[in-house]
Design a protein around this ligand. Structure first.
Ligand SMILES: [Mn+2]
Length: 381
């Protein structure tokens, strides 16, 4: 039995006001190719299907398109749970009817102990889906007393263990934050102050735990308790991640092996650091000039329209930082003389860049007087 575990699609996400829909379509087509090549028996999506509870129509259309191909054209069943970004209620529309088409949307907390059973010629496997929940949900649903995410998860998993057959292959799907796992900047905290962590030990008895929420591919506690990670980088903090999906293989009802299958993005997301001139030079010959970039300029002098110049060669510069400008004095202390001097220097840079000439002594003096006058009027005016 083979299945692919993926999570955190975040369809419809915007990044620095750019729609990532084409980027998402691009990698989801690679996922479809993997499903075809590896002839898998199921696809598991561990939450955060959409980026928002009410996704834009174009996002719904993309998901519809992808699920049609997988469930109908390839006849591969899909099992998914809502994440903290999804609305379980909305995502669960027509969930009962869709089962017949091989689309299992497990959005109902009351049904955590009812597995989806997937069979192939040789074996069968039980998939238990735990839709994203907070302690309040669980308290209300089951009328039990519990205070934190860990208690809530422990309670739900106990429900699963009550009715399961240990000799079967049992897979759990959950969207949660396993204690000690590594965060990225693109995950929305589940709760403030770390109360959202659940112990990885809770998943130990399963043959595999297909987790979602954290965007970096990783495992915690044991190798079979895994995050597949998101399908794309959703923040610059993820620049060194290799995004992908996890191919899981079972044999004789036990985990045999798994493999990270990489996804190649339409635009990579990376940080470029250096002086403007050298970045521009490199950009003119960079085959990946359309990547999404954060540029960190190390120049110590002011630059006129740095963003415009950079976008001439790298059209998708999304964010610009100028740490070089801050380190000039090595300190953020307010020193009037230093501020005055640096303002004059900035004007000299500006003048030089617009006219191509240096300031004459006379011009320099006039500007210096103007700056002083402005400072004076700020204090006394
Ligand atoms: Mn997520």
């Amino acid at each position: 039995m083979k299945f692919i575990h993926t999570s955190d699609w975040h369809i419809g996400r915007q990044f620095h006001n750019i729609s990532l829909l084409d980027d998402q379509r691009y990698v989801l087509h690679q996922l479809i190719d993997y499903i075809r090549q590896e002839s898998v028996d199921a696809l598991i999506i561990a939450g955060d299907i959409y980026d928002r509870a009410i996704p834009p129509a174009a996002a719904v259309q993309l998901l519809d398109e992808v699920l049609n191909t997988i469930c109908l054209d390839l006849s591969v069943p899909v099992i998914l749970i809502p994440g903290n970004h999804d609305s379980a209620g909305r995502l669960s529309f027509a969930a009962n009817q869709l089962k017949q088409a091989g689309l299992y949307i497990l959005g109902d907390l009351a049904k955590v102990a009812q597995p989806v059973i997937i069979k192939n010629k040789h074996e069968s496997c039980c998939f238990y889906g735990i839709p994203y929940n907070d302690p309040e949900h669980v308290r209300h649903q089951f009328d039990v007393e519990l205070t934190d995410y860990n208690d809530a998860h422990a309670y739900l998993i106990k429900q699963v263990h009550k009715g399961w057959d240990e000799n079967q292959a049992n897979i759990v799907i959950s969207h949660c934050f396993v204690d000690g796992a590594e965060q990225s900047e693109s995950e929305r905290p589940l709760s403030i102050g770390g109360a959202d962590r659940v112990s990885g030990d809770l998943f130990e008895k399963f043959d595999y735990a297909a987790l979602g929420h954290l965007h970096g591919p990783q495992y915690k506690v044991a190798r079979h308790i895994r995050y597949s990670g998101s399908i794309l980088k959703y923040s610059f903090s993820e620049q060194n991640h290799t995004k992908g999906v996890t191919l899981v293989e079972l044999e004789n009802n036990k985990l045999k092996d798994f493999r990270h299958l990489p996804l190649k993005p339409l635009h990579d997301m990376r940080i470029v650091e250096g002086e403007l001139e050298s970045i521009l030079q490199q950009g003119r010959v960079d085959p990946n000039f359309e990547d999404y970039l954060l540029v960190r300029l190390t120049d110590k002098h002011a630059i006129l329209d740095a963003m415009g110049k950079l976008r001439d060669v790298y059209p998708n510069v999304l964010h610009l930082e100028k740490p070089g400008m801050m380190t000039e004095t090595g300190t953020h202390e307010v020193d009037r003389e230093k501020i005055k001097r640096s303002e004059l220097e900035m004007f000299q840079d500006f003048f030089n860049q617009t006219t191509g000439n240096e300031l004459t002594e006379l011009q320099s003096k006039a500007i210096q007087q103007t700056i002083s006058r402005l400072h004076h009027s700020k204090v006394h005016g």
